[in-house]
Design a protein around this ligand. Structure first.
Ligand code: A3P
Length: 277
């Protein structure tokens, strides 16, 4: 972990969740922004459209553990949110989710993305985000990813930890980035039924159109272009938004080593990822 995610640790751990909160959890780069945006529009697009026009998404959906030196703390932003329910983003591995979330039986959405596209996306994100440790070259970054030497730890532990939690905690909706790409309507349906929303066909269509990659890329409230420590000239936050970009990065040898190592780490046959759709 880096200091920006640990310096407010005690307040994160003692954070008081509210019964109607919705937590959106992901390993970095699994598509948290997209699902957060869809939920924000589903809940508040109708009642307060002005939110979408002006307020950056990271103010509407606070990042729980974020605590940068001169920025507001995620816990404070969450506490001050005027809207109900509160949508809250986290990248924490499941074992670090504050106790109150479990005690209050909070609804949680976990989005997982296949390891190969995750590491590629994380590499480019680390290049453009000055708050991230220097990623080094691609080969070094890939090696560190396999070793779990990443901010927020091992991808393998993260996706497995949350998957195992789903077996005992029924208020957890586990989704896949690849499924969203394949059929966003079907996935939005699942999301709505999980949180108990029934948007009209028209509203759902409008929201899904808004949350398409090309639209989000141009939307200043969701593309992070207002965040100073992200250099979008190095690599845009809304970079490609596809499944399978890993093929443009992995060499044949890297792919073989990765697959071999993956088999050793991902032993649970019920958790399956797709690296193409
Ligand atoms: P790429 O770097 O592969 O393009 P997060 O929001 O969790 O940080 O994830 C960011 C990743 O999700 C980036 O992946 C980004 O482009 C992608 N993404 C964001 N919005 C998207 C959308 N509407 N459709 C598809 N991918 C999207």
């Amino acid at each position: 972990m880096t200091e920006q995610f640990t310096s407010n640790w005690d307040n994160v751990q003692s954070f008081e969740a509210r019964a109607d909160d919705v937590l959106i959890a992901t390993y970095p780069k699994a598509g948290n922004t997209r699902v957060s945006y869809i939920l924000d529009l589903l809940y508040f697009g109708e009642t307060c459209p002005e939110r979408g026009a002006s307020l950056p998404l990271h103010h509407r959906v606070p990042f729980l553990e974020l605590s940068r030196p001169n920025g507001p703390k995620g816990t404070d932003v969450a506490d001050q949110l005027p809207t109900t329910p509160r949508l809250i983003k986290t990248h924490l591995p499941v074992q670090f989710i504050p106790k109150s979330f479990w005690e209050r039986d909070i609804r949680m959405i976990y989005v997982a993305r296949n390891a190969k596209d995750s590491v590629v996306s994380y590499f480019h994100f680390s290049r453009m985000n000055e708050a991230q440790p220097d990623p080094g070259d691609w080969n070094a970054f890939l090696h560190n990813f396999m070793e779990g030497n990443m901010v927020f730890g091992s991808w393998y532990d993260h996706v497995n930890g949350w998957w195992e939690k789903k077996q005992t905690y029924s208020n957890l909706h586990y989704m896949f980035y690849e499924d969203m790409i394949e059929d966003s309507g079907r996935e939005a349906e699942g999301l709505c039924s999980f949180v108990g929303l029934t948007p009209s066909v028209q509203d759902k269509e409008t929201i899904l159109a808004e949350a398409k990659f090309d639209r989000m890329k141009l939307n200043k409230t969701v593309n992070f272009s207002t965040v100073k420590y992200m250099n979008q000239n190095v690599s845009p936050f809304m970079r490609k938004g596809t499944v399978g970009d890993w093929k443009n990065h992995f060499t044949v040898a890297q792919n073989e080593t990765f697959d071999e190592d993956y088999k050793q780490k991902m032993k649970n046959p019920t958790l399956r990822f797709r690296t193409e759709v």
